[in-house]
Design a protein around this ligand. Sequence first.
Ligand code: GDP
Ligand code: MG
Length: 387
Amino acid sequence: MSDALPSPNVEGLPAPLRPLACNNLDCTLASGGKCARASEFQSPEEECTDLQRQSVGSVALSPKEPPANTAAVVSPPSVKEARTRWGGGKLNSAAAEELMRRSPARVFAILGPAEVGKTCLLTSFFLELAQGQHHDLPYRFAGSRSLLGLQKLCERAAAWGGLPEKEIVGHTTLNESDDASVFFHLHLRPKAQGDNRILDILLSDVPGEWVTDLAAYDSPENRHRLAWLSRVNVVMALVDAPAVAQQGGQRADLQFSRVIERAFEIARKSETRPAVVVVFTKIDKLGDQLPSDAEALQQPETWPIFEKKARRVLAALSRGREQGLNIRCFAVSAFPTTIEGGHPVNVMAPFVWAMSQADARASWERPTPPIPENARGFLAVRRWSRP
Ligand SMILES: Nc1nc2c(ncn2[C@@H]2O[C@H](COP(=O)(O)OP(=O)(O)O)[C@@H](O)[C@H]2O)c(=O)[nH]1
Ligand SMILES: [Mg+2]
């Protein structure tokens, strides 16, 4: 899916209403971020001469003659993302990297071949979050730089009539000219009192064909376009549970075990020690073949339907566990039926656990230096005449 926004039509707007832009490459104020020279100004929008309103056509700026606030602007080079302050389409890798440089963004790699349900999972997760159905997630939705992209997904999902042969959100594709716009962005605010942080979350939504390539061989092209995989905080590998469990599911078993192995390899090689989540999707299709016990549902090793059908997937999982990776499994259904017809199943759970790992903060014990025997207390030292 390509989410490039059309160029804003600034011609008809009076100068004060034109979108802001800045010719300081480190400044992100125009796209909802921070002024690079914030410490110099009380109100950067009024005082900073680098920040201007866009005009029709670009005019080069001379550094010796600071232009007036309403003059023309040089737009930032390759960072293609929201051109509006309230959010835009997906972020490309340049915009995502810029965000990672200035914020400890939590990056989620959502991996799985085409049709496994990556985009549906993200859409369902966003719908729950935006409606305030946080369940156990200790964060609230606090905005997004890719709100229009997420809104498009929701609109498409809302228009789905429930027929299994019809796509719910549309196939994720990228055309050649699209500069890898593969990240949805969220701002999450912790619910904990006194924690005033706003966390940047980047959720990848790559075409499944890239993941199939990645799982089969590590081509230089893939390594280049997925270079950000080395810095992710969470690797989420998706497995189409009914595809594996169905008659002749051995091919699917092999295909998904390869994706899991690759996800584990990414986690092993990464210095960020990402948490690994294995998500079994579309469980609504398995109906009463699944265990009814909530705990057993998160342990695919115990599912009778997987015993024979998912040998490779289960073997890959047990290898990952033996290697000491931080792995959890979840069974979910993003769209068991239409949006009006029912609720998603367990969609929040993988994100709750993943965030608990990605936002885990080491607790430091208070230093308690040993008090030497016969030590004199502070007051005794002060009252030196009376020891
Ligand atoms: N029954 C059911 N089908 C689903 C579910 N999630 C996805 N699907 C189906 O899988 C298709 C592909 O999903 P999508 O998210 O586009 O896959 P992606 O290629 O991995 O992004 C959808 O069009 C649906 O037909 C689910 O929770 N339940
Ligand atoms: Mg997709």
